[in-house]
Design a binder for this molecule. Structure first.
Ligand code: NI
Length: 255
């Protein structure tokens, strides 16, 4: 399996990184895509990808930090995307739930990063919270950039609009939460060929470890729940989501 959205570049993993990667491998999670949220985490993600064969990096500025964007941010990202282990731009998008940055900054920086993705021909990893309609409108302006809606939590009707634009979706720990029937009903209707799985670790720890730090090994719980919801075996889900991840990120299997 591939954890399509992790943050081993987060300080939460400083002390036991190698152990966490080993545990992931023992749980069948052989490859991990670490997603940046600011310049520091993005460049550290690249460093990790250089150190470990089966780690990959996505680089970008989270909507929470959109207000910190300057031309230097763009220049730095432009350098990072040239690295052969950088697979995409992200996470970028809109977060109107926390509004940690002014919405106009979020919109502007989202467009800048999609423009960069278009220019360098990379896909984009999208964070969208309480902003589904506007995220859709902005993605439409860059319809040639393949987009992945990370930790999708919107309605199925909205998902259908994203599907028309060719978007992919990833699901994580929340599909295992006890009170998540609405989300599971959405997942059950999703076309499986557009679905990836992720942990978003150290956040969104799946049941039954909720409350603890999340890590890539726990991807297994999400895979098992997706198998149950979709009526597939765990092996089928592991294979299908891995293929989808490789297709979206243009990640070729090496051995
Ligand atoms: Ni994330």
């Amino acid at each position: 399996m591939i954890d399509s959205h992790a943050h081993l570049n987060d300080p939460a993993f400083t002390d036991d990184l190698e152990q966490v990667i080993l545990q992931a491998s023992e749980a069948g999670v052989d490859e991990i895509i670490n997603v940046g949220y600011d310049l520091e985490s993005s460049s550290y993600g690249i460093e990790l990808a250089e150190r470990f064969d089966r780690l990959w990096a996505v680089v970008g500025l989270h909507p929470h930090d959109a207000k910190t964007w300057t031309s230097q941010t763009e220049d730095a990202l432009r350098k990072m995307v040239k690295h052969p282990k950088v697979l995409a731009i992200g996470e970028t998008g809109l977060d109107f739930h926390y509004d940690n940055s002014p919405r106009n900054d979020q919109r502007e920086v989202f467009r800048q990063q999609l423009a960069l993705a278009r220019e360098v021909d990379l896909p984009a990893v999208i964070h969208s919270r309480d902003a589904a309609q506007e995220t859709l409108e902005i993605i439409k302006e860059y319809s040639d950039v393949p987009c992945l809606l990370h930790c999708y939590s919107g309605s199925f009707e909205m998902a259908e609009e994203y599907i028309k634009l060719g978007c992919y979706f990833s699901f994580g720990g929340p599909i295992t939460f006890k009170n998540a029937n609405r989300l599971r009903n959405v997942v059950a209707r999703m076309p499986l060929e557009r679905v990836l799985i992720e942990t978003d670790c150290p956040y969104l720890t799946p049941h039954p470890h909720r409350g603890k730090r999340n890590e890539p090994a726990y991807l297994l719980y999400t895979a098992e729940k997706l198998a149950e919801i979709s009526g597939h075996t765990l092996e089928e889900i592991a294979r299908i989501t891995e293929e989808n991840t490789r297709k979206f990120f243009r990640l070729v299997k090496e051995d």
